[in-house]
Structures are given as C-alpha cells and as structure tokens.
Design a protein around this ligand. Structure first.
Ligand code: B12
Length: 493
C-alpha cells in the first residue's frame, strides 16, 4: 500500500463558484507517482475538520498539506488546523502559498502549524514529503520554514523549476466535474495556470514575495495540449487562466493563440497594460481569433505620480491605458481594469484623480469592466507604500488567531480594510461612485441583466453621472441588489 498525503483546500468562495484547486494540484503532481494523494476541499464539504481527522485516522497519513491565501481561506484554515492538531498531535501540518510566504513567523509561532513552504512549491514539497515519510534532515528541504525549539528557521529557496519539467496535474485524483462552472465565458468553464511569477515589483502586490521577479512559463505547445485534453475529457467550452501574468512573452501568446484557434474555446487571462500595448497587430488578431474574450489588467491609478510611487515599472502610464482600451475596442476584447485606490498618505486626492480617469476610460470604451480595490499593505522589502502605512500607525496582526478574525478577513478582501489613514467617508465615496458608474455602464459579464434592466439602470443613473453627483445612490443600490448585480471584485481575483 502506498503512503497517503492529505491535501486541504480551505474555502475561498461561495458554494457553486468553486474553482479547481490549482495550487494543490500543482504540488500533488510532484508526489502523485509515489504517494496516494487525497484532496479535501472546504468549498465542497461542510465540516472539513471532522473529515480530515476521519481520513487521517483511516489512511494513517502523516502529513496534512494546506494552501492558504489571506481572507476567507485563512479564516477557515486557522480554526480547522487548530482543531485537527488538538485531535491528532502527530499529524504534521504544512501550509504553503501566498499567506505563509508573506507571514511565516506568525504561523510557526501558532503552535498548530508545523511547517511552511515559501514560493514555488513543487520541489520543496516533494523533498519534505520524502523526509517525513522515509527520513532525512529538515535543513535539506529548500524554502522550508519550521520552529526549531523556539527559533524560527527558514531554509534558502531552490532555483525555480521550469514548468515543462514538472508533471501535468493529477486530474484523475479529483472529481473534476464538480469544478466545471458557468459564467459569461461559457457553460462549461474550468481553469488552468500556465506560468509562475512576474518580472515586476509593484509595491502593493503579493506576487513579488512569491516569485522574486522571475517568470517561468509552460511552453505554448504544452498549454495547448492541456486545453485540448480538458476539452476532450470534460467538453469545456471556456477556460480561465489564473497566471500572475499570462502575457509576458508575446511569442508564447501568439503561438498558443494559433494552436487553439478553431477549437471553440473562449478564454480569459491576466496581463499588464504596457506589455499588451507593445504587442503587434498580428498578435492581437491571432488572440482575437483564438477566442480570448476579456483580459484582466492592473491599471491601478488615474494619476501618473501614484503609478511611480507604486513602482509599477515598465512603460506604465495613464496614456498607455487609454490607448490600450481603445485598441481592445477594435478587436472586440473586453478590458477588465483593476484599480488600487486610497493609497497613503493622501487617499482622497488619489481617488478623485482616479474617478476622473475612469470617466475618460468609459467614454473611450464603455465595455471596460472595473474592479475597485482599496489599498491594503503587503510585506515587501523597500516598499515605500508599506513604510508610509507603518508611519501612519499600520501594524500586521501578531497572532494567527487575530489574522483569522472577521476584522482581518475584511482587510484581506480589500473592499473595507479600515486602515488608519482611510476614512469611512472616503470608502463611501468609492462605493457610491462605483454604484453610479456600474449602473450607467452595466457590466457585460452579468448574465442576469436583460436589455430592459440595463436600460432602466442607465436611465435612473444618467442625471447623477452627468452632474458627477454620486452621493447617497440608495435607489441604484436597491435596484442592483434586487437584480443581484455581479461584482467581479468580490467573486474572485
Ligand atoms: C485562483 C485564485 C483564487 C480563487 C481560489 C481558488 C481556490 N484555491 O479555491 C478564487 C477566485 C476563489 C479567489 C478568491 C480570492 N482571492 Co485569490 N487568487 C487566485 C489567483 C488568481 C491564482 C491562484 C492559483 O491558483 N494559482 C495557480 C497555482 C498553481 O499557483 P500558486 O497558488 O501560486 O501555488 C504555487 C505556490 O504558491 C505554492 N503553493 C501554493 N499553495 C501551496 C500549498 C502547499 C502545501 C505547498 C507546499 C505549496 C503551495 O506552490 C504552488 C506551485 O508552485 C491568485 C493570483 C495569482 N495569479 O496567483 C489570487 C490571489 C491569491 N487571491 C488573492 C485574494 C486577496 C483573494 C480574495 C481573498 C480577495 C479578492 N477580492 O480577490 C478572494 C476571496 C473572494 C471571496 N469572495 O471569498 C490575492 C492574495 C493577496 C495576498 N496579499 O496574498 C491574490 C495573490 C490576487 C492578487 N494579485 O492580489 N482567488
């Protein structure tokens, strides 16, 4: 009998919206030839703690490996792991992913998580599993953090491994059909991750700690084979790519687009404004033919000075964003732009500049989707935004239980973070503006909005939009609630 490793994906979204647990599939691939891997998904079961305890007893598993991002996942992972540790003190608990990469110290001092792995997970995970199941020294496991009798140690990371050298995800070990979703992209939508990392160092972004400015892609050929496999096996008609930046290499994008054209797959991915603006017309034309429907990009701010302070890098600038939304209109591909609002020290000025900018964007390309986040600091060496935040009284929680509280889960959702420099009136200004602009330009991705509802929303909000009077939009909020308005920023990314 092969030894078992339990893999736990804490809940991250509302029921019915679950996505393939890509992070765990990626690390499971590194051991699946030699170990039994059992996935436990908090999005699919009501009481993960009891389930984990039952499965650990039944299989004799020595390790529970858990992926954790801040927000709802952390909120479930912490109490569940605490309960599991109390019941089964000998079951080792490992956390990997975004949260443990940024906040290892607080996790390893909690008393209920034994290990963390930081950054790219596959190779360190394989080494740790072999060490725990067959013997070896913890010091030899790259990127591993552990509590050595009160001293927190973190081993140096290994070089990143090219994704083509890693095995495909072990799709046969989970019930993939439970993750096939429906969205504006299609009726049978799955997700994939085709690269790791991002070469830039924006100082509000959590990716930097994870990949340290490297980007390693799967080849276009392999990505296209995976798309073909998912289509043949599960009849998907659409795919979300959850890469940190899908589009870093124009050659790869062009080749991938050529390879999947004609398959009838609609797709969505994330990229940078300046990179995509640098693409040739020929590549854009191939992308259009290949079925890309929408591209998510961080526009971040309507103010060039703020973009500099964010260390956005490259050729970013508000003019580039304006030019790109115009270009995408030509190709019929929807730009989905996210903004990080309310940066210290002057969140009000920053927000007003961005509101004016968004009005210009919508005038050029009304189909542009908006995702309005509020700045929440992430630990990053040399980040002037974090330094500024600290100066203004910001502190990260000092215990894991505090991180898992309602207050800090809200912080991580980036809609109402309650940071010291951010007044409630400013938050209301953002949400009021959002209600008005979303009514005036209803999102194309909301499948429940009929033409008549769109007309009604537009008619009701017209006077406010024209007069730039966004306050107290109670009538619009009520109507939006009534028709279950889809807000992309709360459903994902
Ligand atoms: C898919 C995704 C989701 C999915 C969840 C999927 C799931 N697991 O169930 C959904 C859409 C539900 C989601 C939700 C949220 N997300 Co999210 N999400 C992502 C996204 C786009 C991709 C993650 C992914 O699967 N990547 C593919 C895998 C293969 O890569 P990976 O996760 O990095 O895993 C590697 C390593 O990290 C490591 N690793 C990861 N886990 C583990 C576990 C172990 C045991 C080991 C050893 C290693 C390991 O090894 C892996 C392989 O190398 C990332 C952004 C990004 N592109 O990374 C944001 C991201 C992680 N999300 C983020 C956030 C904040 C959220 C939200 C909490 C808030 C929000 N508004 O977006 C929401 C919650 C919404 C809600 N209503 O509940 C932030 C985290 C920010 C931070 N400070 O750390 C990110 C980074 C987006 C961003 N740029 O800001 N998300």
């Amino acid at each position: 009998m092969r030894p078992t490793v339990l893999l736990y994906n804490p809940t991250s979204t509302s029921p019915g919206k679950q996505r393939l647990p890509l992070s765990l599939l990626a690390v499971a691939a590194a051991i699946a030839d030699d170990y039994d891997v059992e996935f436990i998904d908090g999005n699919l079961i009501a009481d993960p703690a009891s389930h984990i305890i039952e499965r650990a007893r039944a299989t004799g598993a020595k390790l529970l490996a858990c992926t954790v991002m801040p927000g709802p996942q952390l909120r479930q992972a912490a109490p569940v792991c605490k309960q599991v540790k109390a019941a089964l003190p000998d079951l080792a608990i490992l956390w990997g992913g975004y949260f443990p990469t940024q906040h290892h110290e607080v996790i390893l001092r909690s008393g209920y998580v034994d290990y963390v792995i930081q950054g790219q997970g596959e190779v360190p995970f394989r080494r740790l599993v072999d060490t725990l199941y067959t013997g070896g020294a913890l010091e030899d496991v790259p990127a591993l953090g552990y509590n050595d009798n009160g001293t927190i140690r973190v081993n140096p990371r290994a070089p990143l491994v090219p994704l083509d050298n890693l095995p495909w995800y072990p799709y046969d070990r989970i019930d993939v059909s439970r993750y096939i979703g429906r969205s504006y992209l299609g009726d049978r939508v799955l997700s994939h991750n085709s690269s790791f990392g991002c070469p830039f160092a924006c100082n509000f972004c959590a990716v930097v700690a994870l990949s340290k400015r490297r980007w390693i892609p799967e080849s276009a050929e392999r990505v296209a084979s995976i798309v073909g496999y998912l289509q043949d096996r599960w009849q998907i008609d659409a795919l979300e790519f959850h890469d940190m930046d899908f589009f870093v290499s124009e050659d790869r994008t062009a080749e991938f687009s050529e390879r999947i054209a004609g398959r009838g797959i609609r797709w969505w991915a994330l990229g940078r404004v300046d990179t995509l603006m640098g693409y040739s017309d020929a590549t854009w034309e191939s992308m259009r033919r290949s079925g890309v429907k929408m591209i998510f990009m961080g526009a971040e701010s309507g103010d060039d000075e703020t973009l500099k302070r964010m260390n956005k890098g490259g050729r970013s600038g508000t003019n580039v964003t304006l030019a790109l939304v115009e270009r995408m209109k030509h190709y019929g591909i929807v730009p989905e732009l996210s903004f990080v609002l309310g940066n210290p020290p002057d969140p009000e000025a920053d927000i007003e500049a961005t509101i004016r900018f968004i009005r210009r964007l919508k005038q050029i390309n009304p189909a542009t989707e908006l995702v309005l986040y509020i700045y929440t600091p992430v630990p990053q060496e040399g980040s002037i935004l974090l330094d500024e935040a600290r100066r203004l009284g910001f502190r990260f929680p000092e215990t894991l239980d505090e991180w898992a509280s309602d207050e800090w889960a809200r912080f991580s959702m980036r809609r109402d973070p309650r940071t010291p420099w951010f007044k409630d009136t400013t938050r209301r200004r953002v949400r009021d503006f959002e209600a008005v602009i979303n009514a005036y330009y209803p999102t194309v991705t909301d499948m429940r909005l009929t033409g008549r509802m769109r007309d009604l929303l537009r008619a009701l909000s017209g006077w406010r939009y024209r007069l730039e009077f966004y306050r107290w939009p109670y009538e619009l909020k009520a109507l939006q609630r009534l028709i279950h308005y889809r807000r992309p920023e709360t459903t994902g990314f």
